[in-house]
Design a binder for this molecule. Structure first.
Ligand SMILES: Nc1nc2c(ncn2[C@@H]2O[C@H](COP(=O)(O)OP(=O)(O)OP(=O)(O)O)[C@@H](O)[C@H]2O)c(=O)[nH]1
Length: 415
């Protein structure tokens, strides 16, 4: 399912020349302060229930709090105010309008704008790292002080202490008290990063005996779930698979519309309910319908939620339990989307979502907008979870299967 374009990673991280210091986009606020999508239903905040009866497949639509004309205050946590809802809907509408321009038919991924974005944005991670390495290793013999400086550089690049230590240990063993160039260090860096990433670079395999093969897409707010679903739907459609999408972010009307647009664009059927409906009921309907229609793939969207919001994580667990009522082996893949710009917080997301939802694989998005791509190495080293795809832009073609060697060479600034 890989439609790899030659030179993708080269475009992603660029060449050797260090760029001006990157301007890091603001990372999401600390967990305790960042807004959460308030997809809280009475079900979600209830304590762990006894096995609940399967929702009515064709339940009467529940009230639509988002669409209420007088903006009656919504149930749920304090940030579920009409203003907040309006703000996130406005953001989503902007995203939708941007994406709407870039339909596969009228604007393929390789437009000039896309390459320009890659050239200016996607090489931030390697530029920062290689620029710092070059400044440490200008005409210096490898001594303890240099190795310490290098270790700091690697840790600041989010590679993780373990990988940083392995790299400095290797250099200490092989090159101590000798002249070492930035290129020597980048070669060791690339080799060590590839060793860490090799085992996790695994394609998402769709088991054709499962009809449908059910993919659940989860992650924190704005991490790229819906966009990734759209990109995946296009990939599967290109492979001749029949795809159904479930608009499981039932809280936001705009999220449902956003998925509908991706469905129209990619030819996938979209199962949805009015905004404000119960997400697990929607999941039940979608799995039932996809099975009845013997679809190849069903991708279920979910509302974004911060990993430390217990009631929202309970709701996610409920969605999974309900899916299992229809198909005990499902979801066949539970993909966590990680926004690369979040840096270290991504480690916490993998840990908690993994515990609560049984993550089977990762998709890292927005590598084009950050100097913190090294976090993928730390995540791979700590969790060993498969990394299936990386996202490098908002367009339908901006999702690539993840490959270790190219990523390692690229992040080390090597050709
Ligand atoms: N630059 C860039 N932007 C991306 C990428 N993937 C997604 N985005 C953008 O990130 C924003 C959020 O993406 P969504 O797909 O709406 O995220 P979500 O996880 O569904 O969001 P919630 O429903 O709010 O939880 C949108 O503006 C997307 O276009 C990527 O790889 N690169």
């Amino acid at each position: 399912m890989t439609d790899k374009k030659p030179g993708f990673f080269k475009r992603l991280f660029g060449g050797d020349a260090p760029a001006p210091a990157p301007v890091e986009p603001a990372a999401p606020a600390d967990d305790t302060t960042a807004p959460a999508v308030p997809a809280v239903t009475p079900d979600a905040v209830a304590p762990e229930p006894a096995p609940e009866p399967a929702p009515e497949p064709s339940a009467t639509p529940e009230p639509d709090p988002v669409a209420a004309p007088d903006h009656v205050p919504l149930p749920g946590p304090p940030e579920t105010t009409p203003d907040y809802v309006e703000a996130i809907e406005e953001k989503a509408a902007q995203a939708t309008s941007v994406a709407a321009i870039e339909t596969p038919a009228d604007a393929p991924a390789e437009t000039k704008g896309w390459f320009a974005r890659l050239a200016s944005g996607l090489k931030r991670s390697s530029d920062q790292l290689t620029g710092s390495i070059t400044s440490v290793f200008t005409k210096r013999k490898l001594d303890n002080a240099t190795l310490e400086e290098l270790e700091d550089v690697l840790i600041q690049a989010d590679l993780g202490i373990e990988t940083a230590t392995t790299i400095t240990d290797t250099l200490r063993r092989d090159r101590f008290d000798r002249d070492v160039s930035g290129e020597d260090v980048r070669a060791v860096l690339a080799a060590e990063v590839e060793k860490v990433l090799g085992p996790v670079a695994r394609p998402l395999e769709i088991d054709a005996s499962q009809k449908p093969f059910i993919i659940l897409m989860i992650g924190v707010n704005g991490s790229g779930k819906t966009t990734t679903i759209g990109k995946l739907a296009q990939k599967f459609a290109n492979e001749g698979k029949s795809v159904m999408l479930a608009a499981g972010d039932t809280f936001r009307a705009a999220a449902i519309e956003q998925l509908q647009i991706w469905g129209d664009r990619t030819g996938a059927t979209v199962v949805s309910r009015p905004a404000g409906s119960d997400a697990s009921g929607l999941a039940f309907d979608a799995v039932t319908q996809a099975r009845a229609e013997a679809r190849d793939v069903l991708i279920i969207d979910t509302a974004g939620r911060l990993q430390n919001r217990d009631e929202l994580m309970n709701e996610l667990e409920k969605v999974i339990r309900v899916i299992k009522k229809v198909n005990p082996g499902a979801p066949h893949a539970t993909l966590l989307t990680l926004d690369a710009t979040t840096g270290q917080n991504a480690l916490k997301q993998v840990e908690i979502f993994g515990q609560r939802a049984g993550v089977t694989g990762l998709v890292m998005t927005k590598l084009d907008g950050t100097a913190r791509g090294g976090i993928l190495v730390a995540i791979a080293s700590k969790f060993g979870l498969p990394v299936h795809f990386i996202g490098v832009g908002e367009g339908v073609g901006d999702l690539e299967a993840f490959t270790a060697a190219e990523f390692a060479q690229a992040i080390a600034g090597r050709d």
